[in-house]
Structure formats: structure tokens, C-alpha cells
Design a protein around this ligand. Structure first.
Ligand code: ARG
Ligand code: MN
Ligand code: MN
Ligand code: MN
Length: 313
């Protein structure tokens, strides 16, 4: 189906500057050329109109927090409507973030259009903080909890319904930095979380089998939220939170390929790309490649040794 590409230059979920340039970085890295090359019909919907940190930081300190949250809520509604309309036309929304609070509206719009939604959250973080558990207060650490119905009411009630997803339909892959009270919330909700340790311990193929089965079973459609910080800092420095011990090229390509080959995605996002941290823009280029894998593009164009005796081709 037609891929509906929309940029959300949102950085208000975090205080560091530059993640609002994610959509530009992904365009510059060739997202449209890649879609073209892969033979996907696409629509370039441009960027939503979003106020950013340096605009709202001019407000007096006591008004900043509320003003930023109100703007995040307004953007979530706009993106929610956009994604809903695209999905109702049978298109596949591809959302270019923006910090991870971008996912609030995208998940809202897709859940409204498609019904019971499975979500694969590929991230070094769980983003399942609530205002009570968050050590930073940053909204980009909260979007999964918000989609599950917990957190600030103006965000939880995006598009007028909540929750957007059920815990049993959500899988987090690649987590390695989860706050203690956030982990307690994940456990009590019953969300499946596969940490970087689990990827080693259980093996990536078993993790992906379980993850895909979980989000597919009982749901009407599947969404993937892809946070670039899931990858190791040496591979993908262009993100707000760079850490060692993230996924390698082989691991992240395996994750994205298995999803793309086994699930038709109803929508996806590419989140937290910050080109200020990566002047060569190699992180955005890698994200373009991974987005194509998530959309089911066979890998042979990128990697000539995708050869195996064990899988049907
Ligand atoms: N858990 C931390 C927090 O709540 C980090 C969240 C990072 N989230 C992200 N989307 N990069 O602030
Ligand atoms: Mn995230
Ligand atoms: Mn993250
Ligand atoms: Mn399920």
C-alpha cells in the first residue's frame, strides 16, 4: 500500500536540542529514494507545524513545563488525526520523529483506525515512566505508559479515547536502561520486555519468534516504534542518548528483517534521530535502511551475503 510519510520536528519531550531535525536528516539520508527504489508508492506529507524548545524556552521558567506539555498534546492530536486519515485510506503511515513523545499521536491515530493494535517498541529504554516514576520529568520517557493509559490526562486522552493499547499486545526489544520504578510498572502491567541481556541469554531468534507471536495474536494490526538509541553508540551516534552495549548492526538488522518478513505493518516510526550528534548523518542513513527492512524489503540490495541454507527465500 501507499506509504504516507510525515515528519514531526518535535523536541519538547527532552531538553537537549537537535532531535527536531530528525525528519530533515532522514530526508537528506534518502528516505524517499529508498522507497522509490523499493517500488513503494509513497506520499510526502511534509512536516507538521511544531514549536520547539528554543522557542518555548523564552517563556518564564514557571510557564515552560505546562506550555511544552500543551504543545506536545496539540501535536499529538494533529498527528493522530493525520495518521488516522491515512490509515482509513488504506495507507501505511511512516512517521519521522522527533523525540519519542511523537509516538503518542501516531499510536492514537492508528489504534483509532485499525482497532486492537500490537506494538513492538524497539528501544534502549522502556519509555514507560509516569509523572510519578520519572526521574527526569522528560515526556519522551513516558509515551508507552501514556499509550497504555497512564500519565498526564491531556496526553493519555489524545483523540478522545484511552487506553490505546493493551499490555499483553506490547513488546519492548533491546531495553538496557530502565528506571527502577519504571521497571516495576512494566512488570505490574504485564508488558513483555526483552533486554539486551535477554537477547544474548535467550538468543535473538527465539526473542523475535516470541515477540512477533505476541503482537500478532489477537490483534487487528501491528505498529513498530523504532528509537535509534537502541543501537550501539559506535554504530549510531546520531541520537540524544548515546550508550555502549546497544544492538550491533547484525542484531538490529535481524530484528528489523524478521519483523518485515513476517508481519505486514500497519504503521511505523523512526524516532530520536539527532543529526547534531552525527555530522556525517550515518545514523539517519542506517535508519533508512532499517525502515526498508521493517517494510519488508528483501535485504539483497544492501547485503550481498544474505544467504542461508536454512530459510526459504
Ligand atoms: N528513562 C529515562 C527518562 O525517563 C530516559 C528515557 C529515554 N527515552 C527516549 N525516548 N530516548 O528520562
Ligand atoms: Mn524511546
Ligand atoms: Mn530510547
Ligand atoms: Mn496478544
Amino acid at each position: 500500500s501507499t506509504v504516507n510519510v510525515v515528519g514531526v520536528p518535535l523536541d519538547l519531550g527532552v531538553s537537549k536540542l537537535g532531535v527536531d531535525m530528525g525528519p530533515t536528516a532522514l530526508r537528506y539520508a534518502g528516505i524517499f529514494e529508498a522507497l522509490e527504489h523499493a517500488g513503494f508508492p509513497y506520499l510526502d506529507e511534509g512536516d507538521l507545524d511544531v514549536a520547539n524548545n528554543f522557542a518555548l524556552d523564552r517563556l518564564p521558567p514557571e510557564r515552560r513545563g505546562t506550555a511544552k506539555r500543551a504543545e506536545i498534546a496539540r501535536v499529538a492530536e494533529n498527528l493522530g488525526r493525520h495518521v488516522h486519515e491515512a490509515a482509513m485510506r488504506g495507507e501505511t503511515p511512516l512517521v519521522l520523529g522527533g523525540d519519542h513523545s511523537t509516538a503518542i499521536g501516531a499510536i492514537a491515530g492508528l489504534a483509532k483506525a485499525r482497532g486492537r493494535l500490537g506494538v513492538i517498541w524497539i528501544d534502549a529504554h522502556a519509555d514507560a515512566n509516569t509523572p510519578q516514576t520519572s526521574p527526569s520529568g522528560n515526556i519522551h520517557g513516558m509515551p508507552l505508559a501514556i499509550s497504555l493509559g497512564h500519565g498526564y490526562p491531556d496526553l493519555v486522552n489524545c483523540l478522545g479515547f484511552a487506553p490505546k493499547v493493551r499490555p499483553e499486545d506490547v513488546v519492548i526489544i533491546g531495553a538496557k536502561d530502565v528506571d527502577p520504578d519504571e521497571m516495576a510498572f512494566v512488570r505490574e502491567q504485564g508488558v513483555a520486555l526483552y533486554s539486551t541481556f535477554d537477547l544474548e541469554h535467550l538468543g535473538l531468534s527465539r526473542v523475535m519468534d516470541e515477540a512477533i507471536a505476541r503482537v500478532a495474536q489477537g490483534t487487528d494490526a501491528v505498529y513498530v516504534s523504532f528509537d535509534a538509541d537502541v543501537m550501539d553508540m559506535h554504530l549510531a551516534p546520531g541520537t540524544g542518548i548515546m550508550t555502549r552495549g546497544g544492538l550491533t548492526y547484525r542484531e538490529i538488522t535481524y530484528v528489523c528483517r524478521t519483523i518485515g518478513e513476517r508481519l505486514p505493518l500497519a504503521g511505523l516510526d523512526i524516532i530520536e534521530v539527532n543529526p547534531l550528534m552525527d555530522k556525517r548523518n550515518s545514523t539517519a542513513e542506517l535508519c533508512v535502511e532499517l525502515a526498508m527492512a521493517l517494510l519488508g524489503v528483501k535485504w539483497t540490495d544492501y547485503e550481498r551475503n544474505y544467504l542461508t541454507a536454512n530459510l526459504p527465500c
